[in-house]
Design a binder for this molecule. Structure first.
Ligand SMILES: Cc1ncc(COP(=O)(O)O)c(C=O)c1O
Length: 424
């Protein structure tokens, strides 16, 4: 996309003036530097900012605890027993699913293991797992441990996709080649929606179709995709997906994760799973009898009663997304905001290499930068920090920068590039 961008600050200020989502910045607490100025916060890919309304939502639950205590499970406004149900519809809308296909529970890695208990059912002939090289380490460990639990050697069982020579990202054609070659021995394809290090996306729909054609089960780690991209898990026919809510979903450090199970699986009560009482039929749960009968849909994978304070924070955040009109308008701004950042960086010359793909369809809001100046990347990153920029450093040599459409401005992008120029 070739937007007619211009280099001056006035241009950025004009873009902010014309931004229909500009008011949503006011919905967030923007961290401040010691001198009182607002930081340039480009780390929403790591921890999203606190929505101003979140304390109210959390306080309501604390107040119910104070006034009603155990009775709040069943009485008062929004009783705790079915509290997680309040999140199903708004979360499902964000990921393109029906509400019965989505549940908010546990954390990402726990959900990944739960999903693999059901969907990684290896046989001697078909037991391999396809993932990307340098996957997020938690995924790597989880997949490796699953192979071991099933009696396979991870060195053989894990098939790692690599970027071709001289490239930083994996092409969809690379995935297709591996599936063509090894598909019949692959039990599970587990890829990210957005790769955390490079910021590249994968074509979820095409990969799912190809992998299903080879008889593989397909799951996605959507930690960096939910709240960032427009998603259609149901239509894309993904078997399962897992994600967290503390990044683009602004729900607080370590907040509860979420999980998608396609209804074609969710409606099968006999599907093997690791079970707990919160996944048991709601009508009979409190009879406390043996004999697990799962709730139909993704809820049937719940184990424990959920942390309400964390769910309250997620509810607050999902309300902000709803008010912003959902992912379409946010993504429209995001493509422009990140496109502007990319344009300004390229205007600067060769001092910074952008590892993230150029095509907006192949990335979310994040750009991953490799510094090519005399000053080492780590030093440049530290100088940016000292100048009031919060972005993040990923070993060995990448600065990740994520302007988020809900609360970042074009003017901040402009200022960031000026500060980067100085830091170099
Ligand atoms: C891509 C990706 N996968 C998995 C995780 C692990 O998430 P959790 O600690 O919630 O299990 C993270 C955490 O940042 C992540 O970025």
């Amino acid at each position: 996309m070739n937007e007619p961008f211009q280099p001056g600050r006035d241009f950025a200020v004009d873009l902010d003036r014309g931004d229909p989502l500009a008011r949503f910045r006011g919905e967030f607490h923007i961290p401040r530097r010691d001198n009182g100025e607002e930081e340039i916060y480009f780390a929403g890919n790591s921890l999203g900012l606190l929505p101003r309304r979140t304390p109210k939502y959390v306080d309501e639950e604390l107040e119910k605890w104070r006034r009603l205590a155990v009775k709040a499970h069943f009485s008062g406004e929004n009783p705790w027993m079915p509290y997680h149900e309040l999140l199903a519809e708004p979360m499902a809308q964000l990921v393109g699913a029906s509400s019965s296909e989505v549940v908010t529970m546990n954390s990402l890695t726990v959900n990944l293991h739960l999903m693999m208990a059901s969907f990684y059912r290896p046989t001697r002939e078909r037991h391999r797992i396809l993932l990307e090289e340098h996957a997020f380490p938690s995924d790597d460990y989880a997949l490796e441990s699953q192979a071991i639990v099933h009696g396979f050697d991870p060195a053989e069982a894990l098939v790692r996709l690599r970027p071709g020579p001289g490239r930083h990202t994996i092409d969809d054609a690379d995935v297709a080649d591996v599936l063509e070659r090894d598909g019949e021995s692959i039990a599970l394809v587990l890829l990210p929606g957005v790769q955390y290090y490079s910021g590249q996306t994968f074509d979820v729909e095409a990969i799912t179709r190809l992998a299903h054609g080879k008889g593989c089960v397909v799951g996605f780690d959507m930690a960096h995709a939910v709240g960032n991209l427009v998603l259609s898990f149901h239509e894309w026919d993904v078997d399962f997906a897992v994600w967290c809510t503390y990044k683009y979903l602004n729900s607080g450090p370590g907040s509860v994760g979420a999980c998608f199970v396609h209804e074609r699986h969710g409606m099968q009560p006999d599907l093997p799973r690791l079970a707990g009482w919160w996944g048991h039929d709601k009508e009979s749960r409190f009879r406390m009898e043996p004999g697990f009968r799962p709730i139909p849909g993704a809820e049937g994978w719940q184990l424990s009663n959920p942390p309400i304070l964390s769910l309250a924070a997620i509810r607050a955040s999902l309300d902000v997304f709803r008010e912003a009109g959902g992912m379409e308008p946010l993504r429209e701004k995001s493509v422009r905001l990140t496109g502007y950042l990319e344009w300004l960086l390229r205007e600067m010359g060769n001092a910074v290499e952008i590892l993230t793909p150029r095509d907006p369809r192949r990335r979310g809001c994040q750009l991953s930068l490799q510094v090519k100046s005399i000053a080492p990347g780590r030093t440049v990153f530290e100088r940016l920090q000292a100048a009031g920029v919060t972005c993040d450093w990923r070993e060995p040599d990448v600065i990740r920068v994520a302007p988020v459409p809900l609360y970042n401005r074009y003017e901040e992008v402009h200022r960031f590039v000026e500060l980067l120029r100085k830091a170099l």
